[in-house]
Design a binder for this molecule. Structure first.
Ligand code: F6R
Length: 241
C-alpha cells in the first residue's frame, strides 16, 4: 500500500494523474466511481483535463453504491449525483456509466445483475474510493464480510448522521438501506485509489493503514490489495505512526 500525504488539491491531481495515465494507455478502460465529497476535486480536475483533450468516449464506469428507494429524480440519488458531478461533464457515451438499481422490484436480482455487468465489462481497472468515519468503503459498514459481493446493506446511524448534510441536515431523510459493491467486489479492481481529508477521517485512516485487517474496520482489507494508493491530507494522516 502506498500512502501519500499532501494538500487536498495535490491529492486530487495525483488521483487524476492515475486516471489520465490509465485512459491514455487504455482508452476503453473501466473506471470505478465513488460519490460523496471526497472525490469531488478529482472530478473537477478530470473535467479540466477533458477540456484539454482527455477523452472518456470509449471508457465505461461503475458506481460503488446506491441508496434504496430514493425517487428517480431525487438529487441525492447517487446516479443523479454522478451524472451531475462527472458523467455529464465529460464525453462518456450514453449508458456507459452504470450503478446498482436501488429502485428495482427485486433488489437481490439487481445486485446479482450488477456483479455480472462488472464481470462482463472485464472488471474495474481503477477504483476511486472515499472512506467513512466508521471505516466503511462503498457502504460496507463495520462487520461486513471481507468476502462480500454486491448486496443490500443497512446503513449505520453514524453513516446516516454523516450524510445528513446532503439531506438538508435531517438524518430522518437519509435512507436506511443501500445497495453496495461488496469488499471482495472492490478488491477485484486492479488499482484502488482512496482519498481522505479532514480530521474526522483520522481514526479510519489509521485503522485502514496500520490496524489489523478486520471486518470491524472494513477499509483495512485494502492492506491485502497488491496495488492500493491512499491519498490523505495532514489532518486525515494525523493518527498515523
Ligand atoms: C460513496 C461511498 C462512501 C463514501 C464515504 C465517504 O459512494 O461509497 O463510502 O466514499 O461515505 O464520504 P465523503 O467523501 O462524503 O466523506
Amino acid at each position: 500500500m502506498e500512502v501519500v500525504i499532501a494538500p487536498a488539491d495535490q491529492l486530487a491531481r495525483l488521483a487524476a494523474d492515475a486516471v489520465e495515465a490509465l485512459l491514455r494507455g487504455k482508452p476503453d478502460a473501466v473506471l470505478g466511481l465513488a460519490t460523496g465529497s471526497s472525490p469531488l476535486k478529482v472530478y473537477d480536475e478530470l473535467v479540466r483535463r477533458h477540456e484539454a483533450g482527455l477523452s472518456f468516449a470509449r471508457a465505461r464506469a461503475f458506481m460503488l453504491d446506491e441508496y434504496v428507494g430514493l425517487p428517480a429524480e431525487h438529487p441525492e440519488r447517487y446516479r443523479n449525483v454522478i451524472e451531475k458531478e462527472i458523467a455529464s461533464r465529460v464525453d462518456f457515451e450514453p449508458g456507459a456509466v452504470e450503478g446498482p438499481d436501488g429502485l428495482a422490484d427485486d433488489l437481490v436480482a439487481a445486485c446479482a445483475a450488477y456483479e455480472a455487468a462488472i464481470a462482463d465489462a472485464g472488471g474495474v481497472d481503477l477504483q476511486i474510493l472515499g472512506i467513512g468515519t466508521d471505516g466503511h468503503i462503498a457502504f460496507n459498514e463495520p462487520g461486513s464480510s471481507l468476502a462480500s459481493r454486491t448486496r443490500i446493506k443497512t446503513l449505520t446511524r453514524q453513516t446516516r448522521e454523516d450524510n445528513a448534510r446532503f439531506f438538508g441536515g435531517s438524518v430522518d431523510d437519509v435512507p436506511r438501506h443501500c445497495l453496495t459493491q461488496g469488499l471482495a467486489t472492490i478488491m477485484s479492481a486492479r488499482h484502488l485509489v482512496l482519498l481522505a481529508t479532514g480530521k474526522a477521517k483520522a481514526e479510519a485512516v489509521h485503522q485502514l493503514v496500520e490496524g489489523p485487517v478486520s471486518a470491524m474496520w472494513p477499509a483495512s482489507v485494502m492492506q491485502l490489495h497488491p496495488h492500493a494508493t491512499v491519498l490523505v491530507d495532514d489532518a486525515a494522516a494525523s493518527r498515523l505512526q
